[in-house]
Design a protein around this ligand. Structure first.
Ligand code: GLN
Length: 493
């Protein structure tokens, strides 16, 4: 077996048993990046020298017998996390050559636990998108190929598309992502890997470039449910620097993966049955329900009546917060500046030049829905809908322990598809947005392939701060699915 094929759990054991060194493990990944990243474009920045230095330090720690949870484990970091001394772009031209003088809390936690950062992963600009097509640093190629049409270049999903493609193609053992409306779960599903959006407040947002602050939540992507549990255990925790960070203990997520589902009540919300969902996804969903029943769970039909209002309400709340968060990029204090005759012209030119089309669209929508006269009609109304969506989940969780639904309404689509109509692109988020609006945890698990050989994910949604049950149910699906397919483009493949 190649080093790049190992899970994080197996690599930890191998490092401790001295079967290979941290430098060897890191070098194997750096070589894979060298070979494949020019094509996949999963990384915007590769921090070769830093990674080797950290791997050497990891070997020293291992030799001294004081290894931590992630000592020597090579990871990709979504380029939305500020990393001290390493350029952070948010995949936007407007941040230009910005090099943060500080480290985000989540990445600092990973470094504390010994992780090796290979580089900064590509994403949709400011995490706005579902395809990685809006990156100012170019699109990412999904390493999976359609059996019938292997020349089509598919998107990895988004916004954490670089993270998902890197992990899937074995250019990293795991990655950080952020999820505002599906940006961890949907790319995980498109790339055949696992990813969890934790409860809002579980991981600190401090040092993560803000998109929509009441929705943004960091989380891990990896090739197994257990690996996600290991990563989340390190990333999570209370942070006084983020006022929305929850002061709750971080449980042993890894142990939760082994709990099983016997006696759990698992809900199937009828509103997630949508016209136009491909048969393969409907079939996989039914199969997933069957697996959980066979593993000892009780399956319960539930209703989340306000589901259909989630998407429209999200596309008011998220742009509103985005327009306010992105007001700071004025050409004066950060990044790129385009000179103008006066200050106003400097603002206008810098923002027109610095932001891509999708970001400009969102800023315009957000400014509109927040403007006097429309604020009550749109923003306040969307916030009320949000309360109703949360109430739906609260009511459902009074009778069930978790929900199982599809992650996305399609498999990975080709670059250029869904680009003519923003609404079509936004529909990708239909199954992920409700959990985001409610702030509850959701995990995508690779569960099967469609007729084209492309991966499909199932999503497990849980109670606030009950990621343990989410991991238990996800691990049960993973075990029953026995998903062993690998992408066409991968290290050594
Ligand atoms: N695709 C969604 C959007 O474009 C979600 C993005 C995200 O979760 N960051 O807003």
């Amino acid at each position: 077996m190649m080093l790049t094929d190992l899970t994080i759990a197996a690599a930890r054991d191998g490092l401790r048993a001295k079967a290979f060194s941290a430098v060897e493990l890191t070098m194997a990944h750096l070589h894979a990046i060298e070979a494949l990243n020019p094509r996949l474009n999963a990384y915007i920045t590769v921090s070769h020298a830093r990674a080797v230095d950290r791997a050497r330090a990891a070997d020293a720690a291992l030799a001294a017998g004081d290894a931590c949870a992630l000592t020597g484990i090579p990871l990709a970091i979504k380029d939305l996390f500020c990393t001290e001394g390493v350029r952070t772009t948010a995949a936007s031209k407007i941040l230009g050559p910005f090099v943060p003088p500080y480290e985000s809390t989540v990445t600092a936690n990973l470094l504390r636990d010994g992780a090796v950062f290979l580089g900064k992963a590509n994403l949709d600009e400011f995490a706005m998108g579902s395809s990685n097509m809006t990156s100012a640093y170019g699109p990412v190629e999904n390493p999976w190929k359609r059996r019938q049409d292997p020349n089509a270049v598919l998107v990895p999903g988004g916004s954490s598309g670089g993270s998902a493609a890197a992990v899937s193609a074995r250019l990293a053992m795991g990655a950080t992502g952020t999820d505002t409306g599906g940006s961890i779960r949907q790319p995980a599903a498109f790339c055949g890997i696992a990813g969890i959006k934790p409860t809002y407040g579980r991981c600190s947002r401090w040092g993560v470039v803000a998109f929509a602050s009441s929705l943004d939540q960091p989380g891990p992507l990896a090739r197994s449910v257990e690996d996600c549990a290991i990563l989340l255990g390190s990333m999570a925790g209370h942070d006084p620097k983020d006022s929305t960070s929850a002061n709750v203990p971080v449980p042993d997520f890894r142990a939760a993966c082994r709990r099983g589902v016997k006696g759990l009540r698992i809900g199937v919300p009828r509103e997630y049955r949508l016209d136009g969902t491909p048969d393969a996804i409907e079939r996989l969903w039914r199969q997933g329900i069957g697996w959980l029943r066979d593993a000892g769970a009780e399956i319960v039909d539930v209703s989340l009546p306000h589901t259909k209002y989630g998407l429209p309400a999200y596309y008011i709340v998220a742009p509103a917060e985005c327009s306010s968060n992105l007001a700071r990029y004025d050409g004066v204090r950060f990044g790129a500046r385009v000179a103008g005759g006066d200050l106003r012209e400097l603002y206008e030119r810098s923002r027109a030049e610095g932001f891509g089309a999708e970001v400009r669209r969102r800023v315009l929508i957000g400014t509109y829905v927040l403007s006097a006269g429309y604020y009550d009609a749109y923003y306040i109304r969307a916030q009320k809908v949000r309360t109703l969506i949360l109430r739906d989940f609260t009511d459902a969780f009074a009778t069930v322990d978790a929900l199982v639904v599809p992650t996305a309404p399609s498999a990975a689509f080709a670059q250029g598809e869904n680009m003519d109509d923003p609404i079509k692109m936004y529909l990708n988020d239909v199954f992920t947005i409700p959990a985001s609006m409610a702030g509850v945890p959701g995990m995508s698990v690779p569960a099967g392939l469609d007729a084209d050989g492309l991966p499909l994910g199932l999503q497990v949604i849980g109670r606030p701060f009950d990621e343990e049950t989410v991991f238990a149910v996800s691990a049960a699906i993973e075990q029953a699915a026995g998903f062993t397919a690998v992408p066409a483009l991968r290290a050594g493949g």
